[in-house]
Design a protein around this ligand. Structure first.
Ligand code: ASP
Length: 231
């Protein structure tokens, strides 16, 4: 809106080195970058993208499963749940596939976007058949605030078919891990037992978010090249 344009012009006038923008409108960081001359970092724009979440997820995967390799070649990642409303899914499908991982999205048909078959990901409606084959199960939050319609019959039915509980987790490969970008709906898309299990790297994702976001600021603002280390 015109108000936010004025806000941006004011932030520019204050001499900010960067703007970290989280906004409900898809495309707002791009729009703003055309209006002002301050670097804009997209911290989540509507249901479109969430680049820093994808970067911290890729970092967490590399650290856990790739013994320091620089890409994610050979890894199979399932992203499960509310793909339709998920900026985390959009950014992760792009980044993880670019880094060499195979990505599957798993959801009820009503929670998949139009055009999903053009994404660099395979599509499944059946969580039980996917779980035993993947190295990573990334659960997404059911975004109740974005549900303008009835996308599934009720919470119980959703958990039954698309929730990760201990029984489903027991069919995962040995060494496979569970991720979630937070905030979790414990008892809906993920049970508390799974969230707190040894396979869960969910709190580590939070920890890694701090250094990855520091790195983003460093690389983009200080213009420094980042040494890719082994951890
Ligand atoms: N925290 C993430 C986001 O901002 C995931 C979520 O809200 O479900 O998109």
């Amino acid at each position: 809106s015109l108000d936010s344009v004025q806000t941006a012009l004011n932030i520019q006038a204050l001499g900010a080195d960067a703007i970290v923008l989280r906004h409900s409108s898809p495309g707002s960081p791009l729009l703003l970058s055309r209006i002002i001359d301050v670097p804009i970092i997209n911290a989540g724009d509507g249901a479109h993208e969430h680049p820093s979440q994808a970067l911290l997820d890729a970092y967490t995967l590399r650290k856990h499963l790739m013994q320091g390799a620089k890409n994610l070649q050979g890894l199979h990642v399932a992203i499960v749940g509310d793909i339709l409303h998920s900026r985390v899914a959009r950014s992760n499908v792009l980044l993880l596939s670019k880094l060499g991982a195979t990505v599957s999205v798993v959801a009820p048909p009503t929670l998949l976007p139009v055009g999903i078959h053009n994404w660099p990901a395979t599509v499944s409606y059946d969580l039980d058949s996917v779980i035993p084959h993947v190295d990573v199960v990334m659960m997404l939050r059911v975004q109740q605030e974005r549900m303008s319609d009835l996308f599934f019959p009720n919470a119980r039915e959703y958990s039954r078919y698309f929730g990760l509980n201990a029984e489903r987790m027991s069919t995962m490969k040995s060494g496979a891990i569970v991720m979630h970008p937070g905030p979790m709906n414990r008892g809906l898309e993920i049970s508390a037992e799974v969230a707190d299990s040894a396979r869960s790297v969910i709190t580590e994702q939070v920890t890694n978010g701090v250094s990855v976001r520091m790195a983003i600021l460093y690389v983009l603002l200080a213009g420094g090249a980042l040494e890719v280390g082994s951890n």
